[in-house]
Design a protein around this ligand. Structure first.
Ligand SMILES: Cc1cc2nc3c(=O)[nH]c(=O)nc-3n(C[C@H](O)[C@H](O)[C@H](O)COP(=O)(O)OP(=O)(O)OC[C@H]3O[C@@H](n4cnc5c(N)ncnc54)[C@H](O)[C@@H]3O)c2cc1C
Length: 346
């Protein structure tokens, strides 16, 4: 029977960053990651990887700052993290309220026109445009694989292996794997993204009030200019990203399809494209007309819209409910997991 100090279940951006941070803190810990598909192929695979320094409340703002600093240190070399100029478009009437969501490091300053010549706001005098700093996007799948490459000799990685059962055994846990093997772990960290209904943990997390929501980001077949900004349409909770690494624009709006199942989301539907066109045409009819494809999947959302990092039982931690922000908050989520682990060590 396999034995490990810490079993991390789920190899998305959150699981791998947790592994990276545990190794940084306790280099001799024995850590195993169990991922039923391949690392980074869940919600993380579809992520637009956008980071902007924003949070719905002081706790999430603190998490956003922590993650911002973490990613800043990684920028450069072959890291697939690409800084961008950022612009914020919001109604002038509630500008102060909007700005209170963003971190001071964004240093927003008002401008007259958008840096993106395809954005047409001439008829909308009530909108304010501000330019700021601190935005970037990442190829999240590549980043997960970069971290895996870095950690390969320090942790046990099990891909294509599903954790099908989880039960207490002595002071630890017994995990039953799809491969027929069993693992004894002193501690278990569940980072399953939107796979909340897995038999091994669905009852244990049922009371957390987490729901699954579909997320849509459409692609726009036009090459963005080299200095194109990341535009945040704050009032629509939407953004327009110049995806230079793939040579097209990406537009993300807030889809309101709730209580979906990961296995049921297979392809974009016509209503996804129509809604994206409707929202984007408020800002750019030229780009809206060019929408015809994109990416669609889902994520776990908490009732408070704050990530949930909690101890479900002695030595059993859940880390998720990332609310469509799991890339940009993963480092802070990992840091809260480390803090919980250190409490369970005492
Ligand atoms: C279209 C789209 C655009 C997005 N854009 C952004 C963005 O711009 N910025 C941002 O911050 N976030 C964005 N997100 C959200 C972000 O992708 C997620 O919040 C993040 O990927 C969640 O990471 P995770 O590690 O929790 O989940 P996942 O990446 O889903 O990882 C969970 C893993 O657990 C594995 N697993 C599940 N069950 C088992 C089991 N029984 N045994 C073993 N393994 C199991 C799965 O296979 C999966 O790989 C977007 C999401 C989508 C869908």
């Amino acid at each position: 029977m396999m034995k490990t100090d810490i079993a991390i279940v789920g190899g998305g951006i959150i699981g791998i960053v947790i592994a990276r941070e545990i190794i940084k803190n306790t280099p001799n810990a024995s850590i195993s990651i169990f991922e039923k598909r391949i690392l980074g192929s869940g919600s993380s695979f579809y992520s637009a990887g956008v980071h902007f320094p924003r949070g719905v409340n002081p706790r999430v703002q603190k998490m956003s700052l922590y993650s911002h600093n973490y990613y800043q240190e990684l920028i450069g070399g072959n890291t697939p993290i690409y800084p961008l100029t950022m612009e914020l478009i919001t109604r002038s009437a509630h500008l102060d309220k909007t700005l209170s969501n963003y971190l001071p490091l964004a240093e927003f300053t008002p401008v007259i026109t958008s840096l993106n010549s395809d954005i047409e706001l001439s008829g909308q005098k009530k909108l304010a445009i501000l330019q700021g700093k601190g935005g970037h996007y990442a190829d999240v799948f590549k980043l997960v694989n970069l971290f895996m490459h870095e950690l390969r000799l320090q942790i046990d990685i099990h891909e294509g292996v599903s954790v099908d059962s989880l039960q207490r055994q002595g002071n630890g846990y017994l995990l039953g794997l799809s491969s027929g093997e069993q693992v004894i772990a002193s501690k278990v960290i569940l980072a399953p993204g939107p796979w909340l209904a897995e038999p091994a943990w669905r009852d244990r997390i049922a009371d957390l009030g987490i729901r699954i929501k579909k997320i849509v980001a459409v692609h726009i077949a036009q090459v963005p200019a080299a200095n194109a900004p990341l535009s945040i349409f704050h009032d629509d909770d939407a953004f327009l990203l110049p995806c230079h690494s793939r040579n097209h624009w990406l537009f993300s709006y807030t889809c309101q399809e709730w209580d979906v199942k990961p296995k049921d989301i297979t392809a974009l539907q016509s209503q996804d494209i129509e809604t994206a066109k409707n929202v984007l045409s408020r800002y750019s009819q030229a780009l809206a007309k060019k929408i015809h494809d994109g990416r669609v999947f889902c994520d776990a959302y908490s009732a408070s819209r704050e990530p949930i990092i909690t101890q479900l039982d002695d030595g059993l931690i859940y880390a998720g409910g990332a609310n469509g922000s799991g890339y940009r908050l993963a480092p802070a989520i990992a840091s809260e997991v480390i803090a919980l682990l250190s409490q369970t060590n005492t």
